[in-house]
Ligand binder design. Structure first.
Ligand code: GLU
Length: 212
């Protein structure tokens, strides 16, 4: 078990993501990462170990300024805990964080390699990023729907598309995910404590219901 947080609003997303992930630490994890949409594109920071390692990495670099992003703490099931296997995982136009297990990831990986995708990690999750990218033809909903038809297993997903810098997509199956509803800001999270500092209004996503 581990955790997802997503934020879109007016605040600096990185701060909200890190404070939300901290509230999910009780779930157990071995690495952490965030992806934020910056002016010049998606920027990802990830690190093995405690959330503090990620905080240190971020504070030693140019500050994140974007106000839309997704974050993750990982409990490794496929691939060792490492910077490279940490989430978010990125494909050409798609970035994802994932809780759960993709049972048919080997079959999907072979299919995607044949289609020309290169894999950087040993995770099952990276297949999700490439699969959604493979089906992406300008319509995020359609790409997610087609990808879900091929995915077997459990998932809570936070998804960013390069072409939709002001939108977070989310979907789940057999893994929890809520949508937090704020004033001029919205959230996704694995559990309520991650968003309570900002809002106590939330909606529990139905199985395979796609949110944006
Ligand atoms: N199966 C994925 C991985 O090993 C996600 C694990 C999790 O739920 O944190 O990266």
């Amino acid at each position: 078990m581990c955790g997802i947080v997503g934020y879109i609003g007016r605040k600096a997303a990185a701060d909200v993501l890190l404070s939300g992930l901290e509230k999910l630490e009780y779930r157990g994890y071995d690495s952490a990462g965030i992806a934020v949409i910056e002016n010049d594109g998606i920027r990802i920071a990830k690190s093995e170990g405690r959330l503090q390692n990620l905080r240190d990495k971020i504070s030693n670099d140019t500050p994140f300024t974007g106000s839309c992003g997704i974050g993750h703490i990982r409990w490794a099931t496929h691939g060792m805990p490492s910077d490279r296997n940490s989430h978010p995982h990125h494909s050409r136009k798609v970035t994802v964080v994932h809780n759960g297990i993709i049972e048919n990831y080997i079959e999907l990986k072979n299919f995607l390699i044949e289609k020309g995708y290169a894999f950087l990690s040993e995770t099952d999750t990276e297949t999700v990023a490439h699969l959604i990218d493979y089906f992406y033809n300008g319509d995020p909903f359609e790409a997610i729907k087609l990808a879900l038809e091929m995915l077997k297993g459990s998932y809570a997903l936070g998804i960013l598309f390069n072409d939709s810098p002001e939108t977070i997509y989310a979907v789940r199956k057999d893994s929890p995910l809520i949508i937090g509803i704020g004033e001029d800001e919205n959230f996704i999270a694995s559990d309520v404590p991650a968003i309570l500092k900002y809002t106590d209004r939330y909606y529990l996503l139905e199985e395979k219901e796609i949110a944006l």
